[in-house]
Design a protein around this ligand. Structure first.
Ligand SMILES: [Zn+2]
Length: 166
């Protein structure tokens, strides 16, 4: 990587660090080495980057609250993703997460310690959606449900409780 593109990628990375994205994710989008990114996190935040792996797809759907958060987030992301990209677009993800946090405060079900949903979780979620591990399915009540053929997920509609698939 030449000096100019390294500088441009570093600016991009600094923005992603400001959005609390994990080094692991930022490295994929900037092609900067993780070691370099970890040093950048330290420089910008004064703290070592948070360790720990990304959440597993299964754990995203651990309870009714997180399932609700996932449905809301996928809906917001899809509305913003006009190009219908095959890969997660970080700019769209960041915008979607901002809208999500604004809307989430309105939902009592999401304002709960059992419903932590970080921007890194959102990235894992959208990957699962784009890989068709999960799908949105309309419910007769007008709501949408999350369904999956690959992982165990409570497919009851959080609004009316229906389990029917359409
Ligand atoms: Zn329903």
């Amino acid at each position: 990587m030449n000096k100019l593109s390294q500088s441009l990628q570093t600016i991009k990375a600094a923005r992603y660090i400001g959005q609390n994205l994990k080094v692991q994710i930022i490295a994929r989008y900037t092609e900067l080495p993780e070691k370099y990114l970890r040093a950048l996190v330290k420089e910008l935040t004064g703290r070592a980057p948070s360790s720990g792996r990304l959440i597993t797809t299964q754990r995203l759907f651990r309870n009714k609250r997180t399932i609700t958060a996932c449905i809301l987030f996928v809906s917001i992301y899809l509305r913003l993703d006009e190009q219908k990209n095959n890969d997660v677009d970080l700019e769209i993800l960041i915008n979607a997460y901002k809208q999500f946090t604004k809307q989430a405060v309105l939902f009592e079900v999401l304002n709960h310690p059992q419903c932590s949903f970080t921007i890194n979780d959102a990235w894992v979620l959208i990957n699962a959606y784009l890989d068709k591990v999960i799908q949105l399915s309309p419910c007769p009540c007008g709501n949408v449900k999350l369904i999956s053929r690959d992982i165990q997920i409570d497919e009851r509609c959080w609004f009316c409780g229906s389990v029917a698939r359409y």
